[in-house]
Design a protein around this ligand. Structure first.
Ligand code: TXA
Ligand code: MG
Length: 330
């Protein structure tokens, strides 16, 4: 196993490190990357993660010219506004592919998902490699996404030879996935860029579509799967009586070690065994929730989580918590 710091990547560039899946840091979460022209390496990403084969991979680019090599020129004019405002950064946009790419990159029809990551050193690395990188989050499928290199090593260990270490991820939640398909602006996965920020940039409302029902067409296959789950039960308490419900539920498990993940100001109210403090502001909460789920998974029997308001960062946080929860108590 070879680990190189993101800042030292230029001096340590070895072509051979990039022939099989390797780990990259991004501002959102760590990714398990492969060149988009290396079909074998793309397939290995699915094997290593245990990822369902119908869930395509986001393409990471370093420049506008890379985007032009991938997509048809007549994309919605709103994308230009969003790219100017939010790229490089945690916003993934859905485009029609210009020429055929690997099937691992396609969602519905010939739609691909593209983003330009924020770290300039990562963009330099993509530039040195010379080809965009496909990268899902670098966790075992279904587990909480990795926001520290140690999370990735816990999940993937020796299945991967080469790791790039960028320290803790700044945002801590995955990118927002957004697309205007058939003229309709839709947010398919809330993430690092809030719905409010997109609406303010576009001066219009966008729909949120994070689940699929019945025989609806699936645009973003990630919507279908359970996610972010520790190996122990996770109770999410929602609504006005959430704290009462939580106390009641705690009484049902007198012999279990309960871990509570909640914002700093909740702490004094609950004499719960293990407390994971996710901080006192929404950006801190975003950065902490995956670490919290992973930490409590190691030390407790049950995890309790309290609802937070869904404005701004809250929408993405609640999306992750609802998908992580085994029980939602309303
Ligand atoms: O922040 C992120 O987006 C991270 C970092 C590593 O960049 N990546 C990430 O990838 O979260 P992943 O694979 O864990 O989630 C990708 C999401 C999934 O919900 C997937 O269904 C959707 O994006 N997606 C990927 N390609 C797509 C496509 N061509 N069409 C529609 N949805 C797509
Ligand atoms: Mg993922």
């Amino acid at each position: 196993m070879r680990i190189v710091k993101l800042g030292d990547i230029k001096e340590n560039f070895r072509e051979s490190d990039y022939n099989t899946p390797f780990v990259i840091p991004t501002e959102t979460v760590y990714g398990l990357a492969a060149r988009i022209d290396n079909e074998d390496a793309l397939r290995k990403i699915y094997e290593i993660k245990g990822r369902p084969s119908d869930n395509p991979l986001i393409i990471h680019i370093s420049s506008e010219s890379m985007l032009e090599s991938l997509v048809e020129g007549d994309y919605p004019k709103e994308y230009r506004i969003l790219m100017e405002r939010f790229w490089p950064g945690p916003l993934t946009l859905l485009f029609r592919a210009k020429s055929p790419v690997s099937p691992f990159l396609y969602g519905r029809n010939n739609i691909i998902a593209v983003r330009m990551p924020k770290h300039s050193e990562l963009r330099n690395l993509i530039e040195m490699i010379g080809v965009p990188l496909a990268a899902p989050s670098a966790n075992t499928s279904g587990r909480p996404s990795p926001t520290l290199l140690s999370h990735v090593i816990d999940d993937l260990g020796k299945k991967v030879n080469f790791y790039v270490d960028g320290g803790p991820c700044e945002i801590g939640l995955e990118s927002t996935v957004f697309g205007i398909l058939e003229g309709k602006p839709v947010l398919f996965r809330p993430g690092g860029i809030s719905k409010e920020s997109i609406e303010s940039a576009l001066q219009s409302q966008v729909a949120v579509k994070t689940t699929v029902s019945g025989n609806e067409a699936v645009v973003c296959p990630g919507q279908k799967y359970r996610h972010y789950s520790p190996s122990i039960p996770v109770y999410l308490f929602k609504g006005e009586s959430s704290t009462e419900h939580m106390r009641g539920k705690a009484d049902e498990f007198p012999n279990k070690r309960i871990g509570l993940m909640a914002p700093s100001d909740i702490r004094s109210e609950f004499p719960i065994h293990v407390y994971f403090d996710i901080g006192s502001s929404p950006p801190e909460w975003s950065r902490s929730i995956f670490t919290g789920l992973r930490e409590l998974d190691k030390t407790c029997d049950i995890i309790f989580v309290l609802e937070i308001p869904i404005e701004n960062e809250g929408l993405a946080i609640m999306d992750r918590l609802e998908k992580a929860a085994t029980h939602i108590i309303n």
